[in-house]
Design a protein around this ligand. Sequence first.
Ligand code: C2E
Ligand code: CA
Ligand code: CA
Length: 626
Amino acid sequence: MMMNVQARRRILICDDETNVIDAYRRILSDLVKADGSHSETALEALAADLFGEEPAALVDPGINEIVYCRQGDEAVAIFEKATSKGEPFAAVFLDVRMPPGIDGVEAARRMRALDPTINIVMVTGYSDHRPAEIAGIVGAQDRLFYLVKPFDADEVRQMATTLVHRWASDIRAADELAGRLQELEQVNRALQASEASALQAARRDPLTGLLNRKGLQEAFDTALCAAGEADGKLSFAYIDLDRFKLVNDVHGHAVGDRFICELGDRIVRATGQDGFVARLGGDEFAVVCTRQEKLDDLLSRLLAVSERPFADANLRLPVSLSIGYCHCDSSRDSLSDAMRRADLALYSAKSAGRGIAQIYDRNLDEEFLRSRTLARDLKTAIEADALHLHYQPLMSADGSRVTGVEALLRWSHPDHGQVSPALFIPIAEQHNLMVELGDWVIGQVIRDIRAWPDIVTSINLSAVQFGNPRFAEDVIELAKAAGISPAVVEFEITETALAGNMIDFSRQVETLCEAGFKLALDDFGSGYASIGYLSQLRFNKLKIDRSFISNLRLKPNAERMIQSIVGLGEAMGLTVTAEGVEEVFQHELLRAAGCDQMQGFLFHRPCSKEDVQRLLDRQRKSDRAA
Ligand code: C2E
Ligand code: CA
Ligand code: CA
């Protein structure tokens, strides 16, 4: 309870003898300043100005009122009323003997029960209770005092003023304490509020304001619980931007950030009341669909969000979305289950061609398990040096001479036999083995080609290898150390690789070209129609994808396509190589169309290093004979 420091200072005096009451009146009258609180306050204020904060200690506090009564019960009643009205007494003087009613000790006991802090003065005669006895009954000895009748006037005055003084300073201290407590409570409330907002912030992604991983976890658990109670189901969708890195690399991170924000807005709008959205970092978003019956519509709306151009400088970026999703069972699934399954589905969506939504099914788990096992075996094979290279000759246009070779990886698996690189290269990329594998290939090729320094050897590169920022420099050093001229090494990269990490990729490819290495665009025509890329990098060669060659008989316009590719190559000063030439008619047609180089089973299959050496030895001999 907060008390007013200016509370009225009142004393209650109880004695059954009229002459004693009169004596009190006489002794104390000049101390009473019934309505003098104003002047007293002014005095206190003055003292406060002069001496600081402790006026009560310096100025006689005075007494505002003295209430007299004759009987113990009456005194208790007055005391109780005053206490309950919030106008407590500063001190009580009680005669011990007050026949016929209760005695002073009992009255004191009852008052103490009402206010444990009250200062009580017991006024005793010689034959009354001993102080120790009284204290045992009344309690709180430190607030219990004794006056012996007949009392001395100065003693009474001193007792009264001291007790009033003490009471006033107690109240002041209590007030101060209450004030401190209030401040503390305020500070505490402020702390709690900032803690709450910190907690709130910890659940949000700072860029988009969407839920982050932690926030998603909580929202997901709540939604799953609610779905369980309503006998409903949830669906969890992973959204990933296809080729978002391009935006960052080509337009910079500021544009990339604005792009992510706008995309987040669109995803939220597309989701509407059918669920909620979180950003899981980078270009990954998650949508939890809480209305199963609306899921199909929701997915189509989500796939459509990147169709409209983005507001920022009207960027028309080649960005689409892939979605992997799964259903969640409230009784079994956790968020991490949902994420794992949706992630597998997302991976499958991406490899199925991007821009689609793919639902999770059990086969994906098996597939993943297989690929993981295979990845583990592949890692073992790399470490045990159990891989080897084959080389496939590249022929002159007429098919008579070997003008180059392409290095192709071979893996003989202890249980599965020959595993195609078309299968294990993507697995190596997916399981972070490609950099190691690629390094192994380059190291091996550089050793092998010392046996045929007069022809060009092609090495296939995965875009992942450029993730090593020192890739180009390492290759240059390696060739130099082996005494190999960069001019006899050609790197083949695919169009799909070009769509990835453009800036660092371009820098490194440029470094390689500068050093004298050759560059070929592999599988031309199989990926994105990206003739633009051809002019961005310094290619020496264009390899027409095998699918064009094998379709020559089936597709009447394939022949025309080949002619225009050859025309393009000629115009750009590129060598044009045809891959997968298996039949004589294909060779004739390609030769007639103007292809410079042929590669295919019609001439040679990929073969061992020793076979290549023998082939080249024969060629040199017949050259010399001619
Ligand atoms: P690619 O770069 O297009 O290599 C040519 C593929 O076509 C080779 O398959 C080759 O054996 C095959 N081929 C050549 N002529 C014919 C033909 O007349 N008919 C048919 N049906 N096929 C022919 P391979 O060796 O199975 O390699 C498959 C793919 O694996 C390669 O395609 C390449 O993308 C990748 N790869 C192979 N070795 C490496 C490597 O060391 N590094 C990287 N990054 N990728 C590699
Ligand atoms: Ca190739
Ligand atoms: Ca190829």
